[in-house]
Design a protein around this ligand. Structure first.
Ligand SMILES: OC[C@H]1O[C@H](O[C@H]2O[C@H](CO)[C@@H](O)[C@H](O)[C@H]2O)[C@H](O)[C@@H](O)[C@@H]1O
Length: 595
């Protein structure tokens, strides 16, 4: 992934940019070969001779990618990056000769509208422009290029010590193409930007490299103009290869982003936390019954789901969807996420907002006090009908619990809530009793997926994180044991069993990485340090060579599946690294970086 805090691009080890939406994460893709073939848009820079070795890495503490390629005749390096410090989207690729002399081919073939629209290509004095409807790209390069009807191409050679540069910038087609800076200067600026940001990380445990990579990835999923955080920069990377579980993640989920906040807190990133808190409160402003579970990058509400029939899908996994019908779902847990966000940001020292969020919190409270007993669609956004999910009830409890803590610990700012304290405490106790009575199945000795059910669900592992029960409570020990017995897949945790018909979808899916981290957290909280370490190391070992994680892992195929890179997995990694470090230092129970 390359990122510029407005959008991202995915580059293959073969030198091809196969995915990029511009100018925002949720814009139409202009390179969509990831979900189809070359004809759906890509930008390749490759040798004409066969490749014998390739090695890819990020420059330390940056999102600047470097790929070394050895081929017949010599070796070269491509350094590529986007520009986080700019308002526009610009992708720069610098080719450097390392050995001998290599003949290279550059082929630029964007197809706007997710691979559907061929641009008009015209050669101008210093650049080539590619225009279709509202979108335009301009390519500038240090080597001569040929603008054909369908592609821009260049054949050039690179010898040891030589450098050639290419920069591609998106601009609105009704304006002039922007001027671009010197590529090396741009590289220095991008490197400095990411390194300055990474240097602020306050986690200093034994997994610092992995934590910093995950933090940089989460930062790369941030849409800086508004502070929104996308779940992933991709759509429709399948949860089952060849299957239909293909969803669009280029939106801001209240759940994912609030959990991201906890991860940023662990890393010490207060500005980002403040920015997310304010984004969140703007997005959900209004009637609490109309709070959505996800929004567009600027808080847009209409995220209509459609299928793109012309795209064959990743390795034939159809349909390719854009938009997300889960945006219309009722998921009780998001109220808990919002309240936790309000509480945790205050707790970590984020200053109170200019306008008090007290009245909004009070309105949300009154909604949750009315709605907590309603069935909902649950954390996994299942499409198989509403239930009383145990995790949803847990988060209703967390919503009230967070507001009680806000009122107790920050009485001067959140005074509006104080007169409700008695009532809130009574409701918190009622929800708790309900969960303990109806969410715990005494026959199997575990909390189950929904009230009265026998099915297991890894989301209840979060009970200890939220302080609902101590991790060594016999009911938590029983739950962990039952999950180990029924949901472990070759050492990784499935979120639930897909063969019980819960999600209303055909087929199956991989193990869910965040749930696997949550199991490791429970081990750490319970003092089972060796097991926590072993599971965490296993999870580190399946990251991509660049340290990136998708949403899921398919142990049978030994490959990651689902959208990529996925914030949920990276934020869970950060939390677990911290939880194990804390447990090793002698802390008992859940610890986030708030004192
Ligand atoms: O599995 C079915 C659902 O999958 C997606 O939701 C998942 O991703 C969300 C974003 O990371 C996460 O918040 C949620 O807990 C996951 O289940 C998809 O967005 C849904 O439309 C789909 O029903």
């Amino acid at each position: 992934m390359l990122a510029d805090l407005k959008t991202a691009a995915l580059v293959g080890i073969d030198g091809s940019v196969d995915w990029m939406c511009a100018p925002r994460f949720d814009s139409d893709a202009c390179f969509a070969a990831l979900l189809g073939y070359e004809e759906h848009g890509q930008w390749g820079i490759r040798p004409t001779a066969p490749v014998t070795a390739r090695k890819q890495r990020y420059l330390e503490d940056t999102v600047v990618l470097q790929t070394d390629v050895v081929c017949d005749g010599g070796a070269y390096r491509i350094t590529e990056f986007m520009r986080p410090e700019l308002k526009r989207t610009e992708l720069i690729r610098i080719v450097e000769g390392l050995e001998g002399r290599v003949e290279m081919e550059m082929v630029l073939a964007p197809r706007f509208g997710y691979g559907a629209r061929m641009p008009w290509i015209s050669q101008e004095e210093h650049s080539v422009s590619l225009v279709a409807g509202p979108d335009a790209l301009a390519l500038r390069s240090s080597v001569p290029v040929t603008a054909g009807e369908t592609h821009v191409t260049s054949l050039f050679t690179i010898s040891k010590g030589e450098t050639q540069t290419f920069s591609l910038v998106w601009y609105p087609s009704n304006s002039e193409p922007p001027r671009v800076a010197d590529a090396r200067r741009a590289q220095d600026e991008a490197v400095r930007y990411w390194r300055d940001w990474a240097a602020k990380c306050t986690y200093n445990g034994k997994w610092k490299d992995a934590v910093v990579r995950s933090l940089l990835t989460l930062k790369g999923l941030t849409y800086e103009p508004t502070g929104g955080v996308v779940a992933a920069p991709t759509t429709s990377l399948p949860e089952e290869i060849g299957g239909v579980r293909n969803w669009d993640y280029r939106f801001c989920w209240l759940r994912d982003a609030t959990l991201t906040l906890t991860a940023l807190m662990i890393g010490g990133y207060v500005d980002e936390a403040e920015s997310w808190r304010d984004w969140l409160m703007r997005a959900i402003a209004g009637d609490p019954s109309q709070v959505q579970i996800m929004y567009g990058l600027s808080g847009e509400r209409r995220l209509t789901e459609t299928e793109l029939s012309w795209l064959p899908g990743y390795e034939g996994s159809k349909p390719v969807r854009i938009g997300n019908a889960a945006s219309d779902q009722f998921q009780l847990d998001v109220y808990g996420e919002v309240m936790r966000c309000l509480y945790l940001t205050r707790k970590m020292g984020v200053p109170a907002a200019d306008r008090s969020y007290g009245p909004q919190a009070k309105a949300l409270l009154s909604f949750i006090l009315r709605a907590w007993q309603l069935p909902d669609d649950g954390i996994w956004e299942v499409r198989g009908g509403r239930k009383h999910f145990t995790h949803s009830q847990l988060m209703a409890w967390a919503a009230v619990d967070s507001l009680i803590k806000l009122a107790e610990e920050f009485p001067s700012q959140e005074g509006e809530l104080r007169d409700q304290l008695g009532h809130m405490r009574a409701v918190r106790e009622r929800i708790r009793e309900d969960i303990l009575q109806r969410g715990f199945n005494t026959a199997i000795g575990a909390f189950t997926q929904s009230f009265g059910s026998e099915a297991l669900d890894a989301s209840v592992l979060l009970m200890a994180h939220l302080g609902f029960l101590p991790a060594d409570d016999p009911r938590m020990l029983g739950t962990v044991k039952a999950i180990e017995k029924s949901l472990l897949r070759d050492g990784f945790v499935a979120r639930y069993s897909t063969n019980l018909g819960l999600d209303g979808l055909p087929g199956s899916e991989g193990a869910f990485l965040a749930c696997s981290y949550w199991l490791a957290d429970n081990y750490a909280f319970q003092g089972r340090i060796d097991e926590a370490n072993a599971l965490f190391e296993r999870l580190l070992s399946i990251r991509s060579p660049l340290g990136l994680l998708a949403e899921e892992y398919e142990p049978k195929l030994k490959r990651q599946v689902g959208n990529f890179p996925q914030g949920f997995s990276h934020l869970a990694l950060i939390y677990t690294a911290n939880a194990i470090s804390k447990a090793e230092a002698g802390f008992k129970g859940p610890q986030v970086a708030v004192s």
